[in-house]
Design a protein around this ligand. Structure first.
Ligand SMILES: [Zn+2]
Length: 200
C-alpha cells in the first residue's frame, strides 16, 4: 500500500465513538483526488457538516463512494464521472484533526463496506510522490506530537529499531550502487530518514 491509513474501517477510538464507516487516508492538503469508478455525482457536501466538504459518487452498480474533509470539490451534482477523473482536492475541512481523506463505501442496502482496497487509487500518488507525501505527513505528525515523555518512548524504540534500519539502509545502498554510485548514497540516506520516521 502506497498511502497510509490513519483510521481503519470499523475502528472505535477517541475520534470515532461509533464504528468508523470508512477509512481515513493521510493525504497532504491540496492533493488531487480521483473518481474510483464510473458513476454519477449524487451528493455534494458543502462543508457545514462533520464530513466537511466532499461528495458522493453513485457507481453504475448502485454502490456509493463518499469522499470527505476535502478542500475543494471540482464536480457538480448530476455530473457523470469516469474512473480516474479529477473530482477535487483533499483537505482538512469539517470535523478533522489533520489533513486526510475520509473514504466511505455504501452498499445498495445501506450497509457500509470496507473501501481499504481502493485507498491507493484515490489520490494522485505514485511510487515517486507517494513516499514523499508519506514522509512529509509523518514529519508533520512527529513534530506536532513531541513531548518529553513521547521523546523518551521514541528514543527507546529507536534503540531497538536502529540495527534494522542500518541493515536495510546498507542493503538499499548496495543495491542502488550497482546502478549509480551517487544515487546509492542518497537512497541510503532516504531509507535511513524514512526508518527514523516510522519508528513508533
Ligand atoms: Zn473517517
Amino acid at each position: 500500500m502506497i498511502v497510509r491509513i490513519t483510521s481503519k474501517f470499523g475502528a472505535v477510538d477517541a475520534v470515532h465513538k461509533t464504528p468508523h464507516t470508512g477509512v481515513d487516508i493521510a493525504i497532504t492538503e491540496g492533493t488531487t483526488l480521483r473518481a474510483l469508478g464510473e458513476g454519477v455525482v449524487d451528493r455534494i457536501y458543502d462543508g457545514s457538516a462533520n464530513i466537511g466538504k466532499g461528495l458522493s459518487i453513485k457507481l453504475d452498480d448502485g454502490t456509493q463512494l463518499i469522499y470527505g474533509h476535502m478542500n475543494e470539490v471540482k464536480a457538480r451534482i448530476g455530473e457523470h464521472v469516469h474512473a480516474g477523473e479529477i473530482i477535487g482536492l483533499s483537505g482538512n475541512t469539517g470535523n478533522s484533526t489533520g489533513p486526510h481523506l475520509h473514504l466511505g463505501m455504501k452498499a445498495t442496502d445501506g450497509s457500509w463496506l470496507d473501501p481499504t482496497h481502493l485507498a491507493d487509487k484515490v489520490a494522485n500518488v505514485n511510487w515517486i510522490n507517494g513516499p514523499i507525501t508519506q514522509i512529509w505527513g509523518l514529519l508533520r505528525e512527529k513534530v506536532s506530537e513531541i513531548t518529553i515523555d513521547g521523546f523518551t518512548d521514541y528514543l527507546a524504540d529507536f534503540i531497538v529499531a536502529f540495527p534494522v534500519i542500518a541493515v536495510v539502509s546498507g542493503g538499499v545502498y548496495a543495491l542502488v550502487r550497482i546502478l549509480s554510485k551517487g544515487g546509492a548514497t542518497w537512497a541510503a540516506i532516504g531509507t535511513m530518514i524514512y526508518g527514523l520516521l516510522i519508528v513508533k
